[in-house]
Design a protein around this ligand. Structure first.
Ligand SMILES: [Zn+2]
Length: 190
């Protein structure tokens, strides 16, 4: 399952088939409402200009940090300071939730005491901080399809995933392309 920080990063959307121009999904009020509702981020944040600017700023920061990590660099103290500034707008209280996918799995959810734009940003920043602290930052990757560049967390055991997955992911697309190429070659050689 994706996390809010990954979804925010991927709101800077590129067509993995390379056919349509890029789209900023933050500018789509329906996408934004769905995003906020899915992560129970806020009932009071609306698709106003300040919201979009703030989310877009956080997205740029996360993109910078992710690119540093992917290149194998450490985060600079300045990067951490910026991330901490978002986290300082918590505060959070801890709640336990049953995982929607599996009855026997539980997860901790940090709910915000207040529900506003600042706590929403803090929440998204926290989902990224959790990966830094408890996850494995080396598993953060960019899809290698140059048309896609989707950010994903490689949770495969071998850590060797190179493309984003899912029904419309590049892993599938490339499989289909390779299959077609093989078929073409076969029919030519017949
Ligand atoms: Zn991809």
């Amino acid at each position: 399952m994706d996390e809010p920080w990954i979804e925010l990063l991927n709101s800077d959307w590129h067509d993995y088939m390379g056919k349509s121009p890029p789209q900023d999904r933050l500018e789509d009020p329906q996408w934004l409402q769905k995003f906020l509702a899915q992560w129970q981020l806020s009932r009071s944040v609306i698709a106003a200009k300040t919201t979009l600017n703030s989310l877009s700023q956080l997205r740029s920061l996360l993109k910078q940090l992710v690119l540093r990590i992917i290149k194998g660099h450490c985060l600079r103290s300045d990067d951490i300071k910026k991330l901490n500034a978002y986290l300082a707008d918590g505060p959070f209280h801890c709640q336990i939730q049953q995982a929607p996918e599996a009855d026997h799995e539980y997860r901790l959810w940090f709910d915000s005491v207040e529900n506003n734009l600042k706590t929403t940003l803090a929440h998204i920043a926290k989902s990224f901080a959790d990966i830094l602290v408890e996850g494995d930052p080396a598993r953060i990757k960019l899809c290698e399809n140059p048309d896609c560049r989707w950010v994903f967390y490689d949770s495969s055991r071998s850590r060797t995933r190179r493309w984003c997955e899912g029904a419309s992911g590049c892993g599938n697309l490339l499989k289909v392309r390779r299959f077609r190429e093989r078929k073409k070659k076969k029919s030519r050689s017949n």
